[in-house]
Design a protein around this ligand. Structure first.
Ligand code: PEP
Ligand code: MG
Length: 574
């Protein structure tokens, strides 16, 4: 009997494959002492576990080197060094000979090291503590015979099942083998969902119970459009979904005919369609889907899933690659937006009680000027290779924008003094993600070159609903008049000052929101690459003047349901 689980459709498409459970096993154990005669066997057991762990880590390192590059593989190199270090291994074997079991001896030596390292006020030592913790976990799992899941070593087609995936877990998934994923936690705008869309992997999040309902190896169907997961699917269900997959393929072929078209409404109004990316590798998807530019480059992904920060040269190469591949099409790079659900291990940031309201994005960048300058210098140097625009995330006050812009100008003047080529005409804008910026848009419009509305955060802050928490995901209400009024305020304020307004949150690619966005007069929309052609086809069928009437009525509505009913009424008339 199959079972249907309902979740939140996070990335479109259908995947059918067997489940790979990314749930960590319980590594608790009860200590049993070993008497003298058995300790030689226990030492041998430890050596076997150590050997298996080394083989496994070497495999992970080689795989990471091939797929995500040497800088991401370095962390596993450090793990191998710990496993070969006589100062770590010797004391463990000593304790086993003294009568402890292998797992207990490992845990005791690990804890001694962690205590010593964590007491030191030294970044390098803190990193070593993290390595010891990580690799000891893997070794302990081998000693207990309960292997840890390892997404990097997957080498057959699977659907990942997990409680949650961090953005860096998602970044390590290999698209050749990972055909979809399903999680218990998360919402449509959590970053693992966003990554799934840029990788074009079907995904369903927020099911609450997938790890309890699906076992490793079960055949699973993921319908990322409907948000359905079918566990233990039978032949008939598999057949039905295979037919649906064929239908989606045919739809896609028809849409591809629009790849080189402009995006114009029926009454001739042009809307610029961009795509969102996280790494230079995503540019291919942008071009394949006929986007007219990159409306959001989430640069923080360059900093994640590695144990060292990217250097200025490394960042310069990444930005240059993107700009060159995009030819002269606009590329809007957002400066580092760390914090919230995006952790950067190399920065060792303190845990906060309210990370989404805390020290993130521009707040953190302005508080870490050297880190920020490194990025700005890399961007400025890359600016000569294409059509670069820069925007700052999470701006709450004009002072924050002015401080960031002043730092950008300072970096530019420094580079010029050193005779480095830099463009003088780089547009600088802000993301509107905090209600204070939306409300004060008229003042911001006097100082910025453009706005890009980040609805993922703007919705979470307007409705005070954590975007990661599936229990409050009903408050993710992009069609709510409260949000539409904020957007309307931004667009009007910007146009009064002859500035343009884009949108790069997930709402920008939402077909139900599209008639409203056209009526509101947004100039540019940036979305996951896979949504671009559908958006173009939809906009070609809309008339801006009609949508303006729709918006007038929507802004005067009391709630989201009234607005969706209006959208339906207006679009059915087409
Ligand atoms: C947003 O908040 O809408 C946005 C585009 O930024 P991010 O999703 O990366 O927070
Ligand atoms: Mg945001």
């Amino acid at each position: 009997m199959s079972k249907i689980l309902k979740g939140i459709g996070a990335s479109d498409g259908i995947a059918i494959s067997k489940a790979y459970s990314l749930v960590e096993p319980d590594l608790n154990f009860t200590e049993t002492s070993i008497d003298g005669s058995a300790s030689a066997d226990e030492v041998q057991k430890f050596k076997n576990g150590l050997h298996e762990t080394k083989v496994e880590v070497t495999k992970i390192r080689n795989h990471a080197e091939e797929t995500v590059g040497p800088e991401h593989a370095a962390i596993f190199e450090a793990h191998l060094m710990v496993l070969d270090d006589p100062e770590f291994i010797g004391p463990i074997e000593g304790k086993i000979t003294g009568g402890l079991s292998a797992p207990q001896a490992l845990v005791e030596v690990r804890d001694q090291y962690l205590k010593t390292f964590e007491e030191m006020d030294n970044e390098y030592m803190k990193e070593r503590a993290a390595d010891i913790k990580d690799v000891s976990k893997r070794l302990l799992a081998h000693l207990l015979g309960r292997a840890l899941p390892d997404p990097a070593s997957i080498d057959e087609e699977v659907i990942i099942i997990a409680d949650d995936l961090t953005p860096s877990d998602t970044a390590q998934l290999d698209k050749r083998f990972v055909k979809g994923f399903v999680t218990n936690a998360g919402g449509r705008t959590s970053h693992s969902a966003i990554m799934a869309r840029s990788l074009e992997i079907p995904a369903v999040v927020g099911t609450k119970e997938v790890t309890a309902s699906v076992n490793d190896g079960d055949i699973v169907i993921v319908d990322g459009t409907a948000g359905d997961v079918i566990a233990g699917a039978d032949e008939k269900e598999i057949k039905a979904y295979e037919l649906k997959t064929d239908e989606l393929k045919r739809e896609r072929e028809t849409l591809l005919e629009l790849k080189d078209d402009d995006t114009k409404t029926q009454d001739g109004i042009t809307v610029e369609l961009g795509a969102n990316i996280g790494t230079p590798d995503d540019v291919e998807g942008v071009l394949d889907n006929g986007a007219e530019g990159i409306g959001l480059f989430r640069t923080e992904f360059l900093y994640m899933g590695r144990d060292k920060l990217p250097t200025e040269d490394e960042q310069y190469e990444a930005y240059k690659t993107v700009l060159e591949k995009m030819d002269d099409k606009p590329v809007i790079v957002r400066t580092i937006d760390i914090g919230g659900d995006k952790e950067v291990p190399a920065l060792d940031m303190p845990k906060e009680l309210n990370p989404f309201l805390g020290y993130r994005a521009i707040r953190m960048a302005l508080g870490n000027k050297e880190l920020f300058r490194t990025q700005l210098r890399a961007l400025l140097r890359a600016s000569v290779h294409g059509n670069l625009k820069i925007m700052f995330p999470m701006i709450a006050t004009i002072q924050e924008f002015e401080e960031a812009k002043a730092l950008l100008i300072e970096c530019r003047d420094e580079l010029k003094a050193d005779k480095v080529d830099v463009r003088d005409d780089i547009e600088t804008g802000i993301m509107v993600e905090i209600p204070s910026a939306a409300i004060l848009a008229d003042e911001f419009a006097k100082v910025v070159d453009f706005f890009s509305i980040g609805t993922n955060d703007l919705i979470q802050y307007t409705f005070a609903a954590d975007r990661m928490n599936e229990n409050v995901s009903y408050l993710y209400q992009p069609y709510h008049p409260a949000l539409l009024r904020l957007i309307d305020n931004v667009v009007k304020a910007a146009h009064r000052e002859d500035k343009w307004v884009g949108m790069c949150g997930e709402m920008a690619g939402d077909p139900t929101a599209m008639p409203l966005l056209i009526g509101l007069g947004i100039d540019e929309l940036s979305m996951s690459a896979g949504s671009v052609l559908k958006a173009r086809s939809q906009i070609k069928n809309l008339k801006k003047t009609d949508m303006e009437h729709l918006v007038e009525a929507a802004l005067r509505s009391p709630d989201s349901d009234t607005v969706t009913a209006l959208v339906k009424e207006y679009t059915e008339r087409l």
